[in-house]
Design a protein around this ligand. Structure first.
Ligand SMILES: [Zn+2]
Length: 85
């Protein structure tokens, strides 16, 4: 059995093996939370992680945008548009 590390659905921190809370919504969507703080902020208080400094979800999204693969795609798209002219 292989273990793939889970990321917290709220703060996007990696959850250590054997820890964390799995929350399954009535519609079947699965969420992993690293702590009860993240679970309460997401499901009870319904806070947006992008507006909280301690939640790293926003930082994770910005890392995705600046990843080498997406930068390559952006560069290819700009080259393709400049060649057309
Ligand atoms: Zn968390």
């Amino acid at each position: 059995m292989s273990y793939t590390p889970k990321k917290c659905s709220f703060c996007s921190r990696l959850i250590p093996l054997g820890q964390g809370i799995m929350f399954i919504r009535n519609d079947g969507a699965t969420f992993w939370y690293c702590s009860s703080k993240c679970r309460k902020n997401a499901s009870v208080l319904k806070r947006d992680p992008r507006k909280l400094k301690w939640a790293r979800a926003q930082r994770f999204r910005s890392e995705q945008v600046s990843s080498p693969q997406t930068r390559m795609k952006l560069a290819e798209a700009t080259v393709a548009t400049t060649k057309k002219k």
